[in-house]
Design a protein around this ligand. Structure first.
Ligand SMILES: [Zn+2]
Length: 405
């Protein structure tokens, strides 16, 4: 397990490098237990890796036969963000082991989770465990950028058997996460007219137009209904199936508020040229009650107002990336049984975003649960505790046995 994790970190799956090397590591690892994995590769280096551990009842038709159980999909991502500018204690792609930890970019987000589910699956197969439903494993490309791998998997998913649920082994420090905010990344561009810097009256300054937009956005609040705190069972208990579920005290915050932050700006080419283009990047995090299109329409209304004041004003907004919020019903059987399998009664909402909403479109409940501390993600000196990955192996085996044995 440790060696697998180190190899996955060393595969250096940044967007520039692609995921193919890591997909091969996983395919080889599963192959050692006789599990065939399919690598779906495109653009030379991009790759998803997919495996289906079929339960023995072969030759079944569409639909479930009596006694058969719906499958579980474990949906991971292979890619990582870059190491950043800061100095690291250990090389970011060394996969160095120290103090019971594996250090490296992606160790927590989310190669620890991948190593755990691959190891759990291998151990069950090697033990000859008879399952009544299929384990489906996916490690997808591009979660950190455009979700290209998840979209591709969903597009070609006719072969998938019926799913009881989807588990995303992202680092949640073993909290059962059932809700997260959505993400809407927008680019706003103003167009002007270039002129010599000494005769600005002959041009239209795109930076001045952008300043008008920035002034407007300073006072603009995206309307939203506060998200209710998550539902949990009234009293935390140790193990076993909860007898009853009720709306109890909240655990931490719900999804909090919708947020908006202007995080990039670019405009102008030379000191003596009136700029004909300026653009900003806006990062908006949304709640389940919000509609992304409504936010875009609000911005377009602001542009309309500015144009009515100044006919030379010209701006447009485009979507760089949109991921819907995730909200799985905490009262569904899958979530209850999942919580029982991992020995908790609590679910949680988080502020970060995953590929979860794409898998929710399959119509199955989605739960995020895995080893590693979320606060270490995307930071220098990212690491994961080896004993947490070992603990995750046991949890994933218990989850598989709970739903498929
Ligand atoms: Zn992640």
């Amino acid at each position: 397990m440790k060696e697998l994790l180190r190899k996955l970190v060393q595969a250096e799956t940044t967007t520039a490098n692609g995921e193919l090397a890591a997909a091969k590591v996983i395919s080889d690892e599963l192959g050692r237990s006789g599990i065939t994995a399919r690598i779906d590769s495109w653009d030379q280096t991009r790759a998803n890796v997919i495996a289906q551990v079929k339960s023995p009842a072969e030759g079944r038709q569409a639909g479930l036969q009596p006694g058969r159980k719906a499958a579980i999909l474990f949906a991971c991502h292979l890619d990582v963000v870059g190491p950043g500018e800061a100095d690291w204690k250990y090389p970011p792609f060394g996969g160095i082991e120290s103090d019971g930890r594996i250090y490296g970019r992606g160790s927590a987000d989310m190669k620890g989770g991948i190593a755990a589910i691959v190891t759990a699956t291998r151990q069950l197969v090697e033990a000859g465990t008879r399952l009544q439903g299929d384990i489906i494993f996916l490690a997808a490309a591009g979660e950190e950028t455009d979700s290209c791998g998840a979209k591709r998997f969903i597009r070609d998913c006719n072969w998938l058997p019926g799913l009881a649920g989807v588990v995303i082994p992202e680092p949640t420090d073993f909290k059962v996460v059932t809700a997260h905010r959505g993400m809407l990344w927008l680019e706003v561009t103003t167009k002007g007219k270039a002129a010599h810097g000494s005769t600005p009256q002959l041009g239209v300054n795109a930076i001045s137009s952008m300043r008008c937009i920035l002034d407007e956005l300073e006072n603009y609040k995206i309307p939203f209904e506060p998200h209710p705190a998550p539902i949990e069972r009234s009293r935390a208990s140790g193990l076993g199936v909860p007898k009853s579920w009720s709306i109890g005290s909240s655990i931490g915050a719900g999804l909090g508020e919708c947020s908006m932050s202007i995080n990039t700006i670019a405009g102008g080419k030379a000191l003596n040229v009136v700029p004909d283009k300026c653009s900003i990047g806006i990062d908006i995090r949304t709640l389940p009650s919000q509609n992304h299109q409504d936010i875009i329409s609000d911005l377009e209304k602001i542009f309309g107002k500015l144009k009515s004041k100044n006919p030379q004003f010209d701006a447009k907004v485009s979507v760089i990336r949109g991921v819907e919020p995730l909200e799985t019903d905490n009262r569904c059987d899958f979530v209850k049984d999942f919580c029982a399998a991992v020995g908790t009664t609590k679910t949680k909402a988080v502020g970060f975003t995953t590929d979860g909403p794409y898998f929710a479109s399959l119509g199955a409940p989605v739960v995020i649960f895995g080893p590693g501390k979320p606060e270490l993600c995307h930071k220098p000196d990212e690491y994961i505790e080896i004993r947490d990955v070992e603990k995750a192996v046991e949890h994933y085996k218990n989850i598989i046995l709970k739903f498929l044995a």
